[in-house]
Every structure is written in structure tokens, then in C-alpha cells.
Design a protein around this ligand. Structure first.
Ligand code: URA
Length: 271
């Protein structure tokens, strides 16, 4: 057993802030007991804390009743009600074809369906969360993981993963419009600032019915509602938007609302 931390953490932060203020990540060792139990699938983080408070958890034979104890999962023996708990160091990487109408958050204060509702309990119990976001009205390829390093890397501008979208718009855009999307356009951000988007790939994909068409846009950035705002900026608001690629990942024939694990090759291609 490593140390007794005397501070509380938000139970949903997946341990990312699991250190004292001012303390470097490298100075924090071991895994918080409640987190270990949650990752091992014993209970949710909150319920694990209750097991601890109830004196049902022992580490190396010693009953632990206070929160914040850290353990070394490789060295320490943890038992709940006398049963040894195996360390689960499992990182999972899930690709979901998100439907419209689902929000990309773990808990929605407005009670709307979340993308986690589309995953089975055994995956949710591993504390996966979305890597980046798709708007509630956008569908398509979304990654979820419980690997914090992976999620940070994917979001980091240095890695600038390409994301490809298809948008349904009314009418047929002129070449000037397509060129403007390629060169970059000014979009208005939530804070009222104008942002000039970076060069993108833009092409007409296919006609839809008599009057509409799908256009493809590949961007490297992830500003809020960026694709919708780019299309609004050129006077072609998206009537429907879906993400079809992240880097080399594709949806293939995964139906909307379904998920699958990334293959090792896919994971390697991203990292
Ligand atoms: N751009 C958008 O406008 N919406 C998304 O969900 C993703 C990118």
C-alpha cells in the first residue's frame, strides 16, 4: 500500500486530477483503491467508495475504511468480502457509429441519451468516455476509450489527426464556394471571436435527389461545430452531417448505433 491521500477527487475524472495541488504527475504513485475496484469491475467508483466505508475491503489483510488510500496493483492484495480482486489493467478502444440525438458526455444534466447508453454494461464499467465530440445532431464515427494518454494524444494539435465529414446541403455549390472551404473561412466562435479555419480538403461527393448534394470535408482541427460553421460561412448550411473517418479509421459497414473494438492494427495506425 502506498499512501493515504487526504483530498477528495471528482469521482468522474478518471483519476486525471488524482494528485495534490502543485504535485507533479510523476510524484503520485499507485492507484486509488476505489478506482482500482471500479476498473476491476467490482462496482462503480461511488459504490466502491461505499464498500470501503463499510469496511468490506482489505488490502494485504488490513481493513481499509478511509477514502484516498493508494495501492500498487502489482504488489498489494486486495480483497472484497474475502474475495481476491484481480487487477484489470485493461484499456479498451471502441469505435461507435453514433446516431443523431445522443450527446457525447458521460452524464447529461438535461437527461438526454448519451453515447454511453449505446454500450453494454461491461464496457461502461471500464469507465470509457468519448475521445472528442460530435454534436447531438451529428452522426458517425466516434471513438471511446478509458486510456487517458491515448485520448490526450488524439486531441493534441501536434498529432492533428485528419477527420473527414460528409454534409448534405441544399443545391449545388459553385467552385468558388468549394475553393473558399479549401482555403479557410472565418467562423464565429462561442466567445464572439472570429477564427480563420486552416486549409481543408473539400469536394462534391454525389448528388442527392434532384436538388441537393453531399460534400466531403476533411479537416485537421476540432473547433466547436466547426464543419457546420464553415458551411454556414459560405452560405450552405448542413442539413445533415456525419463523420466518416478519423485518420485511417473508417465506419466500414457498421450500422448506426452499433459499436466494435478497434483492431490492434487500427490502434497501431493511430498511435
Ligand atoms: N463539426 C461540426 O460542426 N459538428 C460536429 O459534430 C463535428 C464537427
Amino acid at each position: 500500500m502506498i499512501e493515504l491521500a487526504d483530498w477528495e477527487e471528482d469521482c468522474m475524472n478518471d483519476g486525471q486530477n488524482d494528485k495534490k495541488p502543485g504535485q507533479e504527475e510523476s510524484q503520485v504513485s499507485g492507484e486509488r483503491l476505489s478506482r482500482f475496484l471500479a476498473h476491476a469491475g467490482v462496482a462503480s467508483r461511488r459504490a466502491a467508495e461505499e464498500l470501503i466505508s463499510a469496511g468490506r475491503v482489505r488490502v494485504n489483510g488490513v481493513a481499509i475504511t478511509t477514502q484516498g488510500v493508494r495501492i500498487d496493483p502489482q504488489q498489494d492484495e486486495v480483497k472484497v468480502d474475502g474475495r481476491v480482486i484481480q487487477a484489470v489493467s485493461k484499456h479498451v478502444y471502441v469505435l461507435l457509429n453514433k446516431p443523431v440525438g445522443y450527446v457525447c458526455t458521460a452524464h447529461d444534466p438535461q437527461g438526454r441519451p448519451t453515447v454511453l447508453d449505446l454500450l453494454p454494461d461491461e464496457i461502461r464499467r471500464l469507465r470509457v468516455y468519448p475521445v472528442g465530440r460530435l454534436d447531438i445532431d451529428t452522426s458517425g464515427l466516434l471513438l471511446l476509450t478509458n486510456d487517458g494518454d491515448f485520448a490526450l494524444r488524439m486531441a493534441h494539435p501536434r498529432y492533428s489527426t485528419e477527420k473527414r465529414y460528409e454534409a448534405l446541403i441544399r443545391g449545388w455549390p459553385t467552385e468558388d464556394i468549394m475553393e473558399a472551404l479549401r482555403q479557410g473561412v472565418d467562423i464565429l466562435e462561442d466567445d464572439g471571436q472570429l477564427y480563420h479555419t486552416s486549409p481543408a480538403q473539400a469536394s462534391i461527393v454525389r448528388r442527392d435527389g434532384r436538388d441537393d448534394c453531399w460534400i466531403g470535408l476533411t479537416i485537421h482541427e476540432g473547433h466547436k461545430r466547426q464543419v457546420r460553421r464553415m458551411l454556414e460561412a459560405v452560405g450552405c448550411p448542413a442539413r445533415s452531417l456525419r463523420r466518416i473517418n478519423i485518420g485511417p479509421l473508417t465506419l466500414q459497414d457498421l450500422p448506426v448505433g452499433q459499436w466494435r473494438y478497434l483492431t490492434p492494427a487500427e490502434l497501431q495506425g493511430l498511435t
